[in-house]
Ligand binder design. Sequence first.
Ligand code: NAD
Length: 316
Amino acid sequence: MYRPALLITRFLKPLSSHRAMSTRTIGFLGFGNMGSHMATNLMKNGYNLMLYDVSEANTARAKQLGATILSSPKEVSQNTDIVITMLPAGKHVYHAYLEKDGLFEGARKDSIFVDCTTCEPTVSRRMADEAAKVSAIYLDSPVSGGVGSARDARLTFMVGGPVNGLDKIRHLLNIMGKNVIHCGDVGMGEAAKICNNMMLGIAMIGTSEAMSLGIALGIDPKKLASVLNVSSGRSWCSDTYNPCPGVIESVPSSNDYKGGFATGLMKKDLALAQNISSELDLSTPLGASSLHIYRLLCKKGYEHKDFSYIFKFLQE
Ligand code: NAD
């Protein structure tokens, strides 16, 4: 079993109350494909957002939608008691939280940091450790559901860290999603997310192979999907995020594979799964093969395409 090296939550000073924090101003970092929808849903529900993003284009969009733009992560944490981060990967989390003018430099006492990035559980535990040094709480809270679920507030949040911290921000997660699951100590949200995405990466390749084979056999792709979706081959990849253009209009495959979940991010998640599998001497052969396939896609220049581009790639 994968166990955290340091169960930091044991040493965290409990907050004085388990009630939800009533602040209407939330700090937010990462106005990207997912974060922009999550942040917008908070604003639609009456929350003021203090936002920081390294991308000028994304910052401009956030400003247009009503967020207040600040000039560093430190300024965000100086001005808010709850900060949500939605960044690409672990190295960005390190940068935003720990480097000069980072979040922990400005952290208020008893503030809560909620990181929704998919990254290594070891990064989460390090951040929780650093948060404790400034009398703050850190929760890892990666999400599942894709851009459509982020837009429609139907995400699943997998939370690691102290329950009294979660209780203070649960109302915010409920605005952005429909499932909030406490997975255990800090890092366990990430553990659950890495397992989920290894399955997802494998399933998307399987679905793409089946759709390609069906088309080669002459069956209409919509008809094939309608069969799969009430049969034993069904999965989220076939019924909600089908990789074949035109089968579902609102997903990236029908929009030239733009937006969505970048192939580069799927490669990152499969690499996380493989690194941990190696560390634990565990065999995850289909996870390993999937990583090779997504890595190849990235090498061919498709890193920014949605990961369902694997369907097109198989036909090249
Ligand atoms: P994205 O690249 O679209 O967005 C990331 C945002 O973070 C960008 O706006 C970027 O400019 C900003 N950023 C980067 N470094 C920063 C820093 N130091 N400070 C402030 N802002 C910074 O990524 P995304 O698709 O929104 O994914 C975010 C995370 O969610 C990833 O970890 C991904 O694996 C995970 N995820 C994505 C999806 C999906 O469908 N896209 C689904 C579930 C989980």
